[in-house]
Design a protein around this ligand. Structure first.
Ligand code: ATP
Ligand code: MG
Length: 333
């Protein structure tokens, strides 16, 4: 049976958060049976803006792997592998850099946003500016055609496909497949501070491993509608972080629609909507936290999962590297 291939990954910069769950993990869980799935622990990509803190990048490999297993990624069905141990990815990255211009990299809207958010100014690490080419290498090395990701990744998939088309045109045959992003309805979960995106590096996240108190405090501090001062006032849904989160996580859309209508009419206090959100998040995260705590006692098992997965991924990515080198007509010894 020929199942389509999925490749996604996460930078190993810290434990995963509920933004990852909404944007990507929930879909990855959904496709475990119907697709050949690979998850990349992206430690070399993490280094592109963390070269000053390789220890964090190293430590986070296990953290992210624990999060995968805790949410229900099954290593029997999904391959978990480590980017820095797949040399074909680095070699393909070097080749792909010749099929993209610096101007195009600088124009990528996600890269632009991220450069601004990180305050690089003119001092952009070259590896960071070029990571879209490396990501193209990751996706194509696995011959992935489906990429379930958050909204911020759409420009990166577009750039991947541009590189693929260039290489295919150049070699006069479809040596690489194009990939399609699958982005959920809430494709970008805002931070608990109301900032546009919850992110590990932004310090505005609720980790999948957060304690019940952390979850409670985060929801209490959440930004709602600043003009909704008294319970009887009509409230706004747009830009109200609590409702954005409810949109992403409330399993009862009918009840939520009614709640929104009441909030907009007036007569529904912020404490009520926050209590509903808190209950939903506590219920979602409690089993994940418990499983993660259990798994973290068995580091050997987690390491075995990564080792086995990386071994499997090595063969597959190496085969693609050979195909690309052959198609480009480089000298063979
Ligand atoms: P960093 O701050 O180190 O970049 P991050 O929190 O942005 O970390 P990534 O590892 O860059 O996380 O992203 C991994 C995947 O999770 C991507 O598919 C991305 O689209 C998705 N994702 C991350 N944050 C969010 C979010 N707030 N909403 C929806 N999807 C998200
Ligand atoms: Mg990111």
């Amino acid at each position: 049976m020929n199942r389509p291939t999925i490749l996604t990954g996460d930078r190993t910069t810290g434990p995963l958060h509920i933004g990852h769950y909404a944007g990507s993990l929930a879909n990855r869980l959904r496709y475990q049976d119907s697709h050949d799935q690979f998850l990349l622990l992206a430690d070399t990509q993490a280094l592109t803006d963390n070269a000053h803190d390789p220890e964090k990048v190293r430590r986070s490999v296990i953290e992210v792997a624990l999060d995968y297993l805790a949410v229900g990624i099954d290593p029997g069905r999904t391959t978990i592998c480590l980017q820095s141990h797949l040399p074909a990815l680095a070699e393909l990255s070097m080749l792909y850099l010749n099929f993209v211009t610096v101007a195009r990299l600088e124009r990528n809207p996600t890269i632009k946003d991220e450069i601004r958010a990180r305050g690089f100014g003119r001092d952009i690490p070259a590896g960071f500016l070029c990571y879209p080419a490396a990501q193209a290498a990751d996706i194509t090395a696995f011959r992935a055609t489906v990429v379930p990701v958050g909204e911020d990744q759409a420009p990166l998939i577009e750039q991947t496909n541009e590189i693929v088309r260039r290489i295919n045109a150049m070699t006069d045959r479809a040596v690489l497949p194009e990939a399609r992003a699958i982005i959920p309805r809430t494709g970008r979960l805002p931070g608990i501070d109301g900032k546009a995106k919850m992110s590990k590096s932004g310090g505005n996240a609720i980790a999948l491993s957060a304690s019940p108190e952390t979850i409670r405090n985060a929801v209490r501090a959440m930004f709602t509608d600043p003009n909704h001062l008294r319970v009887e006032d009509p409230g706004r849904i747009e830009g109200n972080v609590v409702f954005t989160y409810l949109d992403a996580f409330d399993p009862h859309p009918g009840g939520l629609a009614e709640l929104k209508a009441r909030y907009q009419r007036g007569g529904l206090g912020d404490s009520k909507i926050k209590a509903r959100l808190e209950a939903i998040l506590q219920e979602l995260l409690a089993p994940i936290r418990a499983r993660r705590a259990q798994l973290s006692e068995d580091r050997g098992y987690v390491l075995d999962v990564i080792r086995d997965g990386t071994e499997r991924a090595r063969e597959r990515t190496e085969a693609t590297r050979r195909d690309v080198v052959n198609a480009l007509g480089l000298f063979q010894l």
